[in-house]
Design a protein around this ligand. Structure first.
Ligand SMILES: NC(=O)C1=CN([C@@H]2O[C@H](COP(=O)(O)OP(=O)(O)OC[C@H]3O[C@@H](n4cnc5c(N)ncnc54)[C@H](OP(=O)(O)O)[C@@H]3O)[C@@H](O)[C@H]2O)C=CC1
Ligand SMILES: O=C(O)C(=O)[C@@H](O)[C@H](O)C(=O)CO
Length: 283
């Protein structure tokens, strides 16, 4: 097993609720079974202190086992989960959170998100009230959302008075979402990036990214993940491979010039797939 990074190399961001969050996390979708436990435990050993999961990843048990076996104090780890669409509703959300804690073998989630707004169902405000209640009961430390648009965020705040700490959204150089990030900054909402490497397809072969990587003597994936950091977002790269997990963590010993950040954002071409939250819904 590779040597874990010194703690100092994974900096933290402040959330609007006064808590902090690591500046990078390990995405865990598709990390299931024994191999999933090993990959997530390797991530913890390699230095990840934020684990991103979801009820719908069917790996809460594996995440819990990795946390138990990862060799790091529980208080040093942030476990982040997501409420699925089929559990939307006030009572349903509280019950869902308690069931998740049982599967994870934890007494608290550090961050809990509404996974998708599902606007046609129109229960995301009730679900948000459920997360507020779960937080007040001490079941969850920080609460947030995922795949929410500006109007949806405004509605949550107008109707409940509670601003999400986080909005986790599809974000990568092909889909830089500058307006949404500006909106988040104005409201003090921390952005998290899902698919931050856009699943490591053509993005890592883009000439502009290769050139910037050569200039900084790093590799393209490090440039892309540093781009997220420069934008103030928390990328959640998923990797089952311990060497690539370590590589993805190694983004805190160089910085991109503003012109480089702008050039990378200039690769914008659209969403990765039909995941517009105004239309795409998941139960
Ligand atoms: N809130 C939401 O609706 C969503 C949340 N998410 C979250 O975001 C996480 C990350 O998103 P995901 O869709 O997995 O996509 P990513 O952009 O993280 O890409 C993951 C893919 O890239 C490969 N990879 C990882 N690191 C490298 C590297 N350094 N060089 C080359 N290839 C690499 C991985 O392969 P390998 O494992 O072999 O390294 C994997 O195939 C998810 O795991 C999940 O936690 C994702 C989608 C939606
Ligand atoms: O992985 C997640 O969290 C999801 O919500 C997925 O369903 C995601 O939207 C997806 O399917 C990406 O291909």
């Amino acid at each position: 097993m590779s040597e874990p990074l010194p703690e100092a190399q994974v900096s933290d961001f402040l959330l609007n609720d006064g808590h902090t969050i690591p500046a990078i996390g390990l995405g865990t979708s598709e990390l299931t079974g024994e191999a999933g436990v090993e990959a997530i435990a390797a991530g913890i050993s390699n230095g990840y202190r934020l684990l991103d999961t979801a009820v719908n990843y069917d790996n809460e048990v594996e995440v819990g086992q990795a946390v138990a076996a990862g060799g790091v104090e529980r208080e040093q780890l942030l476990v982040s989960n997501k409420v699925p669409g089929r559990h939307h509703g006030f009572e349903e959300t509280v019950a869902s959170t308690q069931e998740s804690l049982a599967r994870l073998g934890l007494d608290r989630l550090d961050l809990h998100l509404i996974h998708w707004p599902n606007p046609s169902v129109d229960r995301y405000v009730d679900t948000w009230r459920g997360l507020i209640d779960a937080q007040q009961r001490g079941l969850v430390r920080s609460i947030g959302v995922s795949n929410f648009t500006e109007p949806m965020l405004e509605r949550l705040i107008d109707e409940t008075g509670v601003t999400p700490a986080v909005n986790q959204v599809e974000l990568h150089p092909y889909f830089p979402q500058p307006e949404l990030l500006t909106f988040h900054r104005a409201l003090g909402i921390r952005t998290q990036s899902w698919a931050p490497l856009r699943r490591a397809g053509s993005l890592l072969s883009e000439p502009v990214i290769i050139d910037i990587a050569k200039r900084h003597e790093v590799v393209p994936s490090e440039v892309v993940l540093r781009w997220h950091h420069e934008l103030g977002s928390v990328p959640l790269p998923k990797s089952a491979d311990p060497a690539r997990q370590l590589l993805n963590l190694d983004i805190f010993d160089f910085a991109l010039e503003p012109g480089e950040v702008e050039a990378i954002s200039g690769l914008a071409q659209g969403r990765m797939q039909d995941r517009d939250p105004n239309a795409h819904e998941e139960m």
